[in-house]
Design a protein around this ligand. Structure first.
Ligand code: SF4
Length: 74
């Protein structure tokens, strides 16, 4: 039997590219990382790795796919 290898992906950076339609979904899913005023932005002091699954979910659920999540394998 081969040894089991687990791959841990760490979030390097989260950014929102132009095109946000201010739907509020990302803030509803992960309010510790995203805030929506006129458009969405990533909170400066937020550590996306504390809620990485929610950050990825917010990116997956964005209706216009403007949330970019850069990851690195540890
Ligand atoms: S989910 Fe996408 S479109 Fe909606 S507020 Fe967030 S970044 Fe903007």
């Amino acid at each position: 039997m081969l040894p089991r290898i687990s791959v841990v992906k760490k979030i390097k950076k989260v950014r929102i590219v132009p095109g946000c339609i201010s739907c509020g979904s990302c803030e509803a899913i992960c309010p510790s990382v995203f805030v929506v005023t006129d458009v969405a932005r990533v909170i400066d002091a937020a550590d996306p790795n504390t809620e990485s699954e929610m950050v990825r979910e917010a990116a997956d659920m964005c209706p216009v796919s403007v949330i970019q999540v850069d990851e690195e394998i540890e």
